[in-house]
Design a protein around this ligand. Sequence first.
Ligand SMILES: [Fe+2]
Length: 284
Amino acid sequence: MESYIDYLRRLKAWGEALKENVQAERLSQLIDEKWLKKLDDFLNKIEEHIAKQEVSYEEVRLLQNKGKTLSNLIKTSNTEKAIPYGKHKLPALPYAYDALEPYISKEIMKLHHEKHHQSYVDGLNKAEEELYVKKADSDTMKHWLREQAFHGSGHYLHSIFWNNMTPNSSKQPIKEVQNKIDNDFGSWQKFKKLFSDAANSVEGVGWAVLSWSPISGKLAIQTFEKHQLFQVANTIPLLVLDMWEHAYYLQYQTNKGKYIDNWWNVVNWENVNNRYLTAIKIHM
Ligand SMILES: [Fe+2]
């Protein structure tokens, strides 16, 4: 049976690996120093016990909990990646404006990305500034919350949408998400029909969305009215299709069905599968 001292040696090796990660990740200098000092204290305590060859069950348990807490705190303190309120930027497209032709024209992609998506980024920045920087008063609160929901959903959905498409589409689902689609909807063809019909049912402006529900463990098809209404809360979009007129009208006019049919040729199933694999890690 493993002795407490052997276990402490393993805990020490784990703590040293964590320390190396913190050093490799290069968080801000302030965060680095703070966590490195706490990790050193933690490792020194373990070393003391190993040197004395003396430790009780209670002390092992305390050290184990301390390590777990430290690891969680370090993981959640990486604020470097956070975008400050009001500072969102238009993300670059992962391909050229003409890359999705003939299915989606260069003119649509350019206008859609440069003008429409930019306006959602600007609108979200303005709303966040009013809400969190200037601290909107109770009279204007509702207005800015509404603006945040509209422009924020617009910005985030377009950010997913660009990556959901590729000029090198596999033209059908692949890997784990293929398996899940088969399990939940019966087959790829059945799913495709359901999703296309949902997209066609959007009245005026909105989206068709394939999402993952962490609570039910199932895939779901939804439509979002505008960008933010009609949504089921606590679900994660995996694949989204923009059904606003600005996404197709220049090329397809009123022929929404043709736009939907052609769009399947540019779906990036590798990206959808990666989003699925990330989403299913969330348990709540
Ligand atoms: Fe759009």
